[in-house]
Design a protein around this ligand. Structure first.
Ligand SMILES: Nc1ncnc2c1ncn2[C@@H]1O[C@H](COP(=O)(O)OP(=O)(O)OP(=O)(O)O)[C@@H](O)[C@H]1O
Length: 264
């Protein structure tokens, strides 16, 4: 905010802006004073070691977890007014897959936030859900119980549930965890299509070797923000070592950041 209390243009244009977000568990900060400003129409990765606070940052930004301090805005407005603009795909293992529901039920539920109480689930909603399932190659599984799916299939269904919301911003917590290479490629393709449609994506991501290929921007996080910005500027050996506490070996680093070996 400027001196007159007005939001900057960058904040009002941003699908998600976070300022000074701190989250504590048992009096111990697990996310400390993190700032992040997403640019519209880009894919941003949150990268950092286990326990760095990546999932907590997402959950606190979405008010699923309580934060100690911080200002979160969606296109410059408070999150509570803008929840319809955000789709969230949680970590697959955080969900009760034994809940009795079909694949189609789960995807249609993605629309419920947009429906008012007097709007029953109509044929058009089912059609939209089927369209999303087709987009992720899961239309043949519409009547299957969700507990009967493989991990990769569950992840695709979750993605379909997000797609049906047609949200400006989709937030995904480790969308590639435990999926095979073909499913990973299929998910990346859908995410890239969303970006082409002008949507914004924010993903917790673990595989350092694909950050350059998949993402435009990256937030390197280890409780605090180590660095954030375009991948080609921020995804450097120095920043990665700072994020991972110097635990990446030089061979790994050279593979991830080839330019390092070319520097004089
Ligand atoms: N509900 C909770 N109560 C207490 N501590 C928690 C809770 N949730 C997470 N933590 C702790 O907060 C820290 C950050 O956890 P978080 O899950 O956000 O990390 P992460 O970067 O997503 O990790 P990973 O890569 O292993 O998924 C960890 O030390 C974790 O043990």
């Amino acid at each position: 905010m400027n001196a007159k209390g007005q939001l900057s243009e960058a904040v009002t244009a941003s699908p998600l802006s976070i300022q000074g977000l701190t989250v504590s568990y048992d009096h111990r900060p697990v996310v400390y004073s993190v700032d992040l400003l997403l640019k519209p129409g880009r894919m941003t990765a949150i990268v950092g070691p286990n326990g760095a606070g990546k999932s907590t940052l997402l959950k606190a930004a979405l008010s699923i977890t309580r934060s100690l301090t911080g200002d979160v805005r969606v296109f410059g407005r408070p999150l509570a007014q803008m929840t319809e603009d955000i789709a969230y795909v949680p970590q697959r293992n955080s969900v009760d897959w034994d809940f009795p529901a079909t694949v189609l039920d789960v995807v249609t539920m993605g629309l419920f936030r947009k429906l008012r109480w007097w709007q029953l689930t109509r044929r058009s909603h089912t059609d939209k859900a089927m369209e999303s399932l087709t987009r992720v190659g899961m239309e043949a599984f519409a009547d299957r119980q969700i507990g009967e799916l493989s991990g990769g299939q569950q992840q695709r269904v979750f993605l379909a549930r997000a797609l049906v919301q047609n949200a400006a911003l989709t937030i995904l917590d480790e969308p590639f965890a435990g999926v095979d290479a073909a499913t990973e490629r299929a998910i990346v393709e859908v995410l890239k299509q969303l970006r082409e449609e002008g949507k914004t994506l924010l993903c917790v991501h673990h595989d350092l070797s694909t950050v350059r290929d998949y993402f435009d921007d990256v937030l390197l996080l280890n409780v605090r923000r180590v660095a954030a910005g375009p991948v080609d500027q921020v995804f450097t050996a120095e920043n990665l070592q700072a994020t991972y506490g110097g635990r990446l070996n030089p061979v790994q680093l050279e593979r991830l950041v080839p330019a390092v070996s070319e520097e004089p």
